[in-house]
Design a protein around this ligand. Sequence first.
Ligand code: ADE
Length: 258
Amino acid sequence: MTPASQPSLTAILSALPEEQQGLLEQLHGAQKHTVAGRDFWLGKLHDQPVALGLSRIGKVSATLTAAVLIGHFGASRIVFTGVAGGLAAGVKVGDVVVAHDFIQHDLDASPLFPRYEVPLYGRSRFPCDPALTALLTLAAGRALASSSHAARPLLAGAQVHCGLIASGDRFVSSADESSRLQAALEGAGHSALAVEMEGAAVAQVCADYGVAFAAMRTISDCADDTAHIDFPTFVTAVASRYAQRIMDELLRSLPAPT
Ligand code: ADE
């Protein structure tokens, strides 16, 4: 069977190898394919055909990876697992934010188009697939609830939030920048829970192709002056565990592949 003809292929996108590692270790019948200089892993997780890909960092890289997953491998849904900086009050390190929709916080074609609007789409925000997002939210809740008695627990007291995530080609690493970014978004009527660097690009690609998209981000830092210190430690020590647990729960809850 060629990759493009695989039925019900779920693509799982991670930003960094450390975030993908746990999923790769569990993959049955793993086969590596290299397209556009990127490695993709095809195989099965919980009897579901999956493709694992790395978005790398930033919107351009993420766009290309998503387009390959859909155009070359025929993915019928994409789920993003990664980390983000917390923006909203009450979104703490170790919490999980499931995206309801995405906005590009660094997109500004004004005065030709309103700030944040994606030119020629007539919209600023790209929604995630409601059904897949509902399953992902439930999966995240189950993973966090069961974590206290697991061999390697997730962070105690972690919560699941669902809302808007802002993406842009900047690592937000000062409290000043984070407040400015939040205030500008709020001023335009957009209240974001978290900030990262890829999701809005993948959401737009999925909307263009009509492919279901859902995304979860574990909060690794508070997008403030210590963000660059918290980030690498968190990604290596914690994020991969979150991704693995939550994807386990999600894949078990998907309809049987056709
Ligand atoms: N991903 C994780 N933390 C982030 C931050 N502070 N800014 C942008 N992307 C991030």
